[in-house]
Design a protein around this ligand. Structure first.
Ligand SMILES: Cc1cc2nc3c(=O)[nH]c(=O)nc-3n(C[C@H](O)[C@H](O)[C@H](O)COP(=O)(O)O)c2cc1C
Length: 340
């Protein structure tokens, strides 16, 4: 029996639902080729950051102004400025190289916090040939004068601004830290996004107790982290409808994790940590495990299997969630270590 892995994501036809999420592996052509050879349905490039673009534009303005004010032969400065290669240019060049060197769809990623002049980079990314754009929203709501509604409104404004700048498919990658996520997800769809990527992992800082410095060290994920996106896939799939794309990211390390994601309603599984831990070829192993699982249960396609465990049949998902919460707490049985 052959299993059909073909998948539609953001209107793109992918050979498999296993895609390589943004990480250093997707930033270099050599490793991206290995991911393609291992069967990745698509790759997501590492993000271009709003700060990098803004910094570059401020720097360019300063060098222009400095030249104009200081020297009569100011025009001499312009060729130097024209050949100035900043983060944005490097990103576009890398994207073009990836597009030329790979046969699978290449999804670019913009990391942003606010709408602004930098949004035109979305258009440049489209012109450089990206098959889709992932807008990676990453912020910590640490401003006490900005309440939840205002923060969400700012995010939605940003999504609408990027949507207006491009015609290629647009996915939005978000953290789980929203006060009423189902409502926010519906508004993301209304703002024009074609899909959601759940969830961005926040890299929580640690403290070094010797130096008293903040330690920013990336910890790779563990499989249990899939549970959070899994729950939200199951809740959102029926609410957002079949035409809206959902990508699960966080904690997909094995074929069985991929099965869970698909059953909960994910269109694709976006993987980074497992590939960084074991190398790009790990993707092939995860695919083999997924296929073996499907064959053993006589599933012929991922389409057939997808969404078989969503909350569609539950009329009130919030009541369902509360019932589960109660059942989960009651399921705890003491391992007899209370030392009575
Ligand atoms: C070293 C590293 C770099 C990453 N860089 C990016 C990035 O540039 N943009 C982004 O959206 N996500 C980035 N991520 C997040 C991953 O794409 C992925 O969504 C997250 O790690 C959860 O998936 P996982 O459990 O398979 O690692 C990065 C993750 C790691 C570990």
């Amino acid at each position: 029996m052959t299993v059909d892995l073909q998948t539609q994501y953001l209107g793109l036809n992918l050979r498999s639902p296993l895609i390589a999420s943004a990480s250093p592996l997707t930033g270099e052509l050599a490793s991206a080729r290995l991911l393609e050879q291992a069967g990745a349905g698509a790759i997501v490039l590492p993000s271009l950051f709003e700060e990098e673009i803004v910094e570059e534009e401020v720097g360019m303005t300063r060098s222009l102004e400095a030249g104009t004010n200081a020297f009569a032969e100011a025009l001499d400065y312009f060729p130097a400025v024209n050949t100035f290669i900043g983060a944005g240019d490097r990103y576009l060049a890398r994207l073009e190289k990836m597009k030329a060197g790979l046969g699978i769809p290449v999804i670019a990623s913009l990391n942003a916090n606010s709408a602004g002049g930098w949004v035109r980079y979305a258009k440049l990314i489209q012109e450089a040939g990206a098959d889709a754009l992932e807008l990676n929203l990453y912020h910590v709501a640490a401003n006490p004068s900005l309440d939840g509604a205002a923060r969400e409104a700012a995010d939605l404004e940003l999504i609408a601004a990027v949507r207006a700048a491009v015609t290629i498919p647009l996915a939005v990658k978000v953290s789980p830290f929203y006060s009423a996520f189902a409502s926010f997800a519906a508004q993301v769809k209304q703002a024009g996004a074609d899909g959601l990527v759940l969830f961005n992992r926040f890299y929580q800082p640690d403290l070094d107790l010797d130096s008293l410095d903040v330690v920013n060290k990336v910890e790779l994920s563990r499989p249990w982290e899939l549970r959070l996106p899994l729950r939200w896939m199951a809740i959102l799939r029926p609410q957002l409808g079949k035409g809206f794309s959902l990508a699960a990211t966080s904690g997909i390390h094995a074929g069985t994790d991929a099965v869970k994601g698909l059953m909960a309603g994910a269109d694709v599984l976006a993987i980074a940590s497992a590939l960084l831990m074991h190398g790009p070829a790990r993707l092939k192993v995860i695919e083999s495990e997924l296929v073996a699982w499907m064959e053993a249960r006589e599933y012929v396609s991922v389409d057939q299997m997808r969404s078989s465990a969503t909350s569609a049949k539950v009329t009130d998902p919030s009541a369902f969630e509360r019932a589960n919460y109660m059942a989960t707490l009651h399921s705890w049985s003491s391992p007899d270590k209370l030392g009575s």
